[in-house]
Design a protein around this ligand. Structure first.
Ligand code: G4P
Length: 535
């Protein structure tokens, strides 16, 4: 067999046993806790203790990390790799809290599946909705985990209704709780309703609950009403057609639902099994201009995040690359599709929490960090062998806007260069209007953290300190020339229209949804379309 064919088969085989996913949730729903619980069940590959929980955020030295430490937020997107049942799972972190930014959305360009984590008491929350929107747009299938069932919360059926009503996504429970939220007795795996999985608090205050498989007749006798109610509800759901169906799950029309408590490790193993059994393996990826790159083809990878200046003494730049096809081997020279230039991968790292260790080989679905990647931008493709170029990364609906101005007008050249570069890198979106001119561009961001990064890098990297003046807008819609013109002359509605530099698209900015709606009523002739993840 030729070595190329053998490598292709190896890549395809490794791809088949990989699952690359992210957890989408609102802050405090329990993402860190779930991540730790997943890693506990699985065998973490790499350094233990670097699970990106809150405890892992210490002892860092560079200026980035200083910012991270003082603000208590995570700037670095981490990847956790672990093994489960002969499979390799890559869990990509989606930064939340105050560091919610375009990077959070971009992570979803690098995963094949998402676990939507819902707090049993709160149901669907704002950041979950936004992230779900992106999943839907990108066709990423979603597995749902209802967390904190050990605490008082809402009714299970009510939570399912909310998912169906708000997301037009059919919930198909795979596990069902015995006992209402706050009175968790166990779970029934609806595929095996002859048993109940009972969870018993471990003695001595250990966090992990003990799992016991109890036959249904014994469960009925011992759990009484709770088990009978669960059995009745499971029957009702089945009669209603709420049964897991892989095809509609992969098509983004239904979501398998799991219940549990990440803190007590309840239901986590079943979720982990679901990721292996239900989530898709890395697929062939669509190329710009049609066609796909099969996973067994030569190496190709997508840059989904670029982190600059993490270390002041090195001023390095790390590009996070998701391997899409073939085998990545450290040291190989690949081609940067955007420039056609060769790119040496001498400094490849696995990006595990904040620790970096060299990675020698990676397969489709894995993530590698390339250091000294000054030439790489978010959305870029790297490849070996036949040319591959993946479609550009979409830009996401910004919600924060600020006018940037140089502190020292004598440095306007450096100012323009810096702003242009940060825009190209995707650190922020850069908008201009005829009225404000190029010396006062409007920076647009998904999260305010992105502005801090701009201020920091403009001062330290481009020697052009800036002032940012916040604008009172929080909503952007795509518009056209008619809409822009109407908005700029309208006095009844507050807002303005600006051009997005990178793609030339026109954006209409409003303080809120009500202003946008009244503008639409006033000037129905202008286009006013939703952007991804705008509400
Ligand atoms: P996040 O990463 O999504 O922001 O959430 P995180 O895991 O930090 O969890 C938020 C809070 O919810 C934590 O409590 C955590 O212990 C708790 N939690 C997570 N999962 C469960 C669960 O299944 N059951 C219960 N009862 N609580 C859960 P905290 O008091 O804010 O922090 P900590 O001091 O306990 O760490």
């Amino acid at each position: 067999m030729s070595t190329v064919r053998a490598a292709g088969e190896r890549a395809a085989g490794e791809a088949a046993r990989r699952r690359t996913f992210a957890v989408i949730s609102h802050p405090d729903a329990g993402k860190s806790t779930l991540t730790e619980a997943l890693a506990l069940h699985a065998r973490a590959i790499g350094e233990a203790g670097a699970v990106h929980g809150k405890a892992g955020r210490r002892g860092v030295t560079s200026d980035w990390m200083e910012m991270e430490r003082t603000r208590g937020i995570s700037v670095t997107s981490a990847v956790l790799q672990f093994a489960h049942r002969d499979h390799v799972l890559n869990l990509l972190d989606t930064p939340g809290h105050a560091d919610f930014s375009e990077d959070t959305y971009r992570v979803l360009a690098a995963v094949d599946c998402a676990v939507m984590l819902i707090d049993a008491a709160k149901g669907l929350e704002e950041q979950t909705r936004k992230l779900f929107d992106v999943c839907r747009h990108r066709g990423i299938p979603v597995i749902t985990f209802v967390n904190k069932w050990d605490r008082p919360g809402r009714e299970a059926l009510e939570l399912l209704d909310e998912i169906e009503r708000e997301f037009r996504l059919k919930p198909t429970p795979v596990t069902w709780p015995v006992g209402i939220a706050g009175h968790l007795r166990g779970l029934v795996d609806v595929r095996d309703d002859a048993h109940m999985l009972r969870y018993v608090k471990a003695p001595g205050g250990a966090r992990e609950a003990k799992e016991e498989l109890v036959p249904a007749d014994r469960a009925a006798a011992e759990e009484g009403g709770d088990f009978a109610q669960a059995a009745e509800e499971i029957e009702l759901l089945a009669a209603d057609g709420a049964v897991f169906d892989r095809e509609s799950f992969l098509a983004g029309k239904s979501t398998p639902v799991f219940f549990g408590a990440a803190l007590g490790n309840v239901g986590v193993r079943l979720l982990l099994d679901a990721v292996v059994d239900m989530a898709p393996a890395p697929p062939a990826r669509e190329l710009t201009g049609g066609g796909v790159r099969p996973v067994g083809a030569a190496f190709s990878g997508l840059v989904f995040k670029v982190q600059a200046n993490m270390d002041r003494s090195h001023r390095d730049r790390i590009a996070f690359v998701r391997v899409c096809s073939g085998i990545f081997e450290r040291g190989m020279t690949v081609t940067h599709a955007a420039s056609g230039r060769p790119f040496a991968t001498k400094y490849a790292h696995s990006v595990f929490g904040q620790d970096r260790s060299s990675v020698d080989v990676a397969y489709p679905g894995d993530v590698v960090g390339l250091v000294n990647a000054a030439a790489l931008r978010v959305g870029d493709t790297l490849y070996d062998g036949p040319k591959a170029e993946f479609p550009p990364m979409p830009t996401f609906a910004p919600e924060h806007f600020a006018v940037a101005r140089p502190v020292d007008i004598g440095r306007s050249k450096q100012f323009r260069r810096g702003i242009t570069q940060l825009g190209e890198e995707g650190v922020v979106q850069v908008l201009v209007s005829d009225r404000r001119g190029e010396q006062a561009p409007v920076l647009a961001a998904v999260g305010p953290m992105q502005f801090d990064v701009v201020t920091h890098r403009m001062a330290h990297e481009f020697s052009a300190p800036v002032t940012l003046e916040p604008l009172p807008y929080h909503l952007a819609r795509a518009t056209d020339a008619a809409g822009a013109e109407a908005l700029n002359r309208s006095r009844l509605v507050r807002g303005e229209a600006l051009t997005r530099l990178r793609d030339g698209a026109l954006l209409a900015l409003f303080p809120d949804r009500w202003q946008a709606n009244s503008f639409r009523r006033e000037f129905p002739e202008g286009r006013l379309d939703h952007l991804i993840a705008a509400h």
